[in-house]
Design a protein. Sequence first.
Length: 170
Amino acid sequence: MELQIDTEKLVSRLADVLRQREERLLSKLVTGIIEELGPTSDRRSAVDQHGDIEVKGIQLHALYSVSFVADRWNVSADNVRKKSEEDLPRSDWKGGEIRYRGIDILRYEGVDVEKHMSESPARLETELATELPESRQSNRRPSRSDEESGNGRPYNSKLPALSDEDSSPD
């Protein structure tokens, strides 16, 4: 009795299993580091130090692993891998496993990325204005002519959400 083994299939399957294990380990490592650093919601802004725009916790031009996307969507990594290239384009990079660009993840989730990109400069300007010391801000009250002519600063009724969880789904 002779045992027939398809070595190519075996090697391919082992490579897939190793890649999946590597992604899980990297994901656990990143999660551990993030937990150790503590919450970053108070340090996040619409535009980070490098100029990358962040929407709903994802930087538009960053690359994200399959395990990150699977955790975000509460699905298995295999379900993420099965998404077609048309639905969720894969990013070309020199690493071994699959990566997705943040902007593609958000578009797949149905987020209007262009709307968020156009709002980001205004939101950043508002955040910077609130962070300036009072001595640098103008204490000048609008004169009656400003109030009467409507040139005074109107109340901005659109307040930013306190966290990503509080924001309404798009």
